[in-house]
Design a protein around this ligand. Sequence first.
Ligand code: HEC
Length: 187
Amino acid sequence: MFAAAALVLGGVFGSAMAQGLSFRHTVTGEDLKVLEKAPEEGRDTEAVKHFLETGQNLYTEQKACLKAGEEAYLVGCSGCHGHVAEGKLGPGLNDDYWTYPKNKTDKGLFETIFGGAQGMMGPHAHTPLDEQLRLIAWIRHLYAEADPSEAGWLSDEQKANYKPFDIKEHEALGEKAFEGECKVSAN
Ligand code: HEC
């Protein structure tokens, strides 16, 4: 049974299945069975394949890729976490304090979103994986600490160019905030 499933999925996920990171529920530690549960749509993008192998999100600070992430955030998360992730019913996601310290990593943040945490923080396993990565990149873009030294999801170059998120500036830019073509590559 498992072998058959691995064969089918292996076709799509070749190397991810082989080296596969294991994704665990943030509270219970259970295997999240990402490849079984995630929708077919949006599984085989470059960014998803790279993420499943490495836990690194290629969409981070790729502004032309973030519009769908902002939309997903506003539809699914801002009601509880606030417009700029400042915190509301759920905790703030734009600062250095994390109830679950693993959310400092993109792999940890993905696990919390995919599998949920406690109480009202339900699972989001039905959201296409590619959209989840854009959503994660958007949450990281909302980061508003003055100093990016704790922002482990940024490369050294991204840290050097870092500016805390400013909603007024973002709104003034309008569509320009996402100008250009969304292109990512692993190197
Ligand atoms: C119905 C309200 C609600 C919605 C909708 C919701 N959350 Fe949450 N979220 C919460 C609550 C409440 C907690 C605290 C749960 C806990 O501590 O286990 C939480 C916790 C979290 C955490 C852990 C934060 C930490 O400090 O470690 C993350 C990350 C998170 N949510 C992301 C999201 C994202 C992304 C979305 C949208 C896809 C979302 N949430 C949608 C209510 C919500």
